[in-house]
Design a protein around this ligand. Structure first.
Ligand code: SF4
Length: 527
């Protein structure tokens, strides 16, 4: 099967090798994820159905989050002994519905996993359907349970459950309640078997779901009517594109927007909404006198700016200057005693050390075994940092990690107390004392580095951002069995972390040079 686009209709035609050319059905079948897409934006739903190739594929860290959700779902099933999984896959719609119907009739089955239900043109797969009781007439009632790897109930979960419960009930199943099973970050793992009762929190959300369920038929009808149209809905991108999820069509929808488009203004979006209501669509048209944050004002000014304090601040650093970056992994299901779900566990660091002579040394650490990483990470770091010199970091993250470890391991307390006094955060210094138009209001090192040091970026690396690094670390240590692949991941992780600290060395040097040349509160007029 392949897909071609009929531009005259802005619609997709399906070319099936057996059936030949046929137009898409007038009312395509929906699923719960499509329904949620439609709630976020009708245009998103329309594109997902008719033009899915226009979506940006999920990046590695988004994929890792999705994979983690699947893993958590399988673990949650173990809380329901005797439960039966519907084996028919997600593409085997009719087989899955029939298999589920068979399991519903079997009174010995206490729970059904991935049950498939179809009603009114909508198909849903339910994480867990738990048999609550069988009534006097032999008719059972059930509890619908959605499993999430998140740590709390969110609005979108209630919408998710509202469409599921409507379809399940429409398919003739009696529901006694709806619950959300999510990760309990208060669970303290002491070792041994993970306590699944404690790992998950169960929240009965029946009342909130019932209230939302009443809205579903009208919302579904609106979506179906929209999908029957021949044109893509004329919806302009704005902040709705980022909530509750980042829309994968953002790049497509904004491809013709100018660089100075008002939605590129950083910070809280209420101001942008107000400006748009006033007809302001470009950052340069923001009226004088509009109250802007410091970051917004710098974006509006659109000039390179160097504060007179930048030079003295950078010169206050003492040699040897360490440039430190730490990487952590956050496990939804704790594996090491005295840890909690999603606790940040340090597994890697990189330290570029600039000596007074200008020579730069590099030291690094990566914990590659599926064992408790924290003590070895701390011991190696303390040795690398020694007793002298400033320790440059880029954010308060490392300081928080070190505090946490000092609290957990008393043997490191005094060493980390001294290290804490030497930490020097470059991020607030740049925020307060330097700006480049290419930052576009973002002070993340991934935005700052290419603007300040264009010759040094992340484009040549296999791993280019922290979320991907954490996902690859997990794969290397807990999943991958092929040593060649493990070695390739290890190499990529080392290169990524080393790039972060080399970036700090170069940033510091280039900024020092700029401060010397222009350091009198200079506006350099770069536009
Ligand atoms: S980017 Fe925004 S406007 Fe475009 S489809 Fe997604 S949510 Fe809708």
């Amino acid at each position: 099967m392949c897909e071609i686009t009929d531009h005259s209709m802005d619609r997709k035609l399906i070319v099936d090798s057996q059936d030949g050319l046929s137009p898409v059905p007038a009312t395509p079948r929906l699923s719960k994820s499509k329904f949620l897409s439609g709630l976020q934006c009708h245009k998103r739903l329309y594109l997902e159905i008719y033009q899915p190739a226009l979506a940006t594929p999920p990046d590695a860290s988004t994929q890792a989050i999705l994979d983690m959700g699947t893993e958590i779902g399988v673990l949650a099933q173990q809380r329901f002994p005797g439960g039966v999984l519907v084996k028919a896959g997600f593409r085997q719609r009719e087989a899955a519905v029939a298999e589920t119907a068979g399991l519903l009739q079997d009174s010995t089955i206490p729970a059904i996993f991935e049950g498939a239900f179809e009603h009114d043109g909508v198909l849903v797969r339910v994480d867990i359907l738990e048999r609550v009781k069988t009534g006097s007439m032999g008719s059972p009632s059930w509890r619908l349970i959605e499993v999430k790897s998140s740590t709390r109930v969110k609005d979108v979960h209630l919408d998710d459950l509202s469409i599921q419960s409507l379809i399940v009930q429409g398919a003739g199943v009696t529901l006694e309640g709806t619950c959300l099973l999510h990760i309990n970050t208060g669970y303290h793992y002491d070792g041994g078997m993970v306590d699944l009762q404690a790992l998950f929190s169960v929240e009965n959300v029946s009342e909130a779901v019932t209230a939302r369920r009443m809205l579903v038929p009208e919302r579904l009808a609106a979506m179906k009517a929209m999908l029957a149209e021949s044109q893509i809905p004329a919806i302009e991108p704005d902040q709705h594109c980022h909530s509750p999820y980042e829309c994968p069509f953002w790049a497509y929808c904004t491809k013709d927007k100018p660089e100075r488009w008002i939605y590129h203004l950083p910070g809280k979006k209420e101001l942008v909404s107000r400006l748009v209501r006033q007809g302001v669509m470009m950052i340069d048209d923001i009226p004088a006198g509009t109250q802007l944050t410091d970051a917004q004002q710098k974006v509006k000014n659109n000039v390179e700016w160097v504060s007179s304090e930048l030079g003295p601040l950078l010169r206050s650093l003492s040699y040897p200057i360490h440039h430190l970056d730490a990487e952590t992994v956050m496990l939804a299901v704790p594996r090491f005693p005295s840890t909690r779900p999603y606790q940040a566990l340090p597994v890697q660091w990189s330290n570029h050390i600039e000596l007074e002579s200008g020579e730069v040394l590099h030291q690094e650490f990566l914990h590659t075994e599926a064992s408790e990483p924290r003590k070895r990470w701390a011991e190696a770091l303390i040795e690398s940092l020694g007793n002298s010199g400033s320790i440059l970091v880029y954010s308060a993250y490392e300081a928080g990690l070190i505090r946490q470890l000092a609290d957990t391991f008393p043997e490191f307390k005094s060493a980390f107390r001294e290290i804490g006094k030497r930490l020097w955060d470059l991020l607030p210094v740049i925020k307060d004392h330097y700006y480049h138009p290419a930052f576009q209001g973002s002070y993340s090192i991934k935005s700052v580095l290419p603007a300040v040091v264009p010759s040094l970026g992340y484009g040549d690396l296999t791993i280019q951002e922290g979320g991907h690094a954490a996902a690859e670390y997990y794969r290397m240590v807990f999943v991958e069995t092929d040593w060649v692949e493990r070695e390739a991941i290890r190499e990529a992780l080392l290169r990524y972390c080393a790039r972060d600290t080399l970036a700090m060395v170069e940033l510091r040097r280039v900024l020092g040079g700029k401060a010397e040349r222009h350091g009198e509160g200079h506006m350099m007029g770069v536009t």
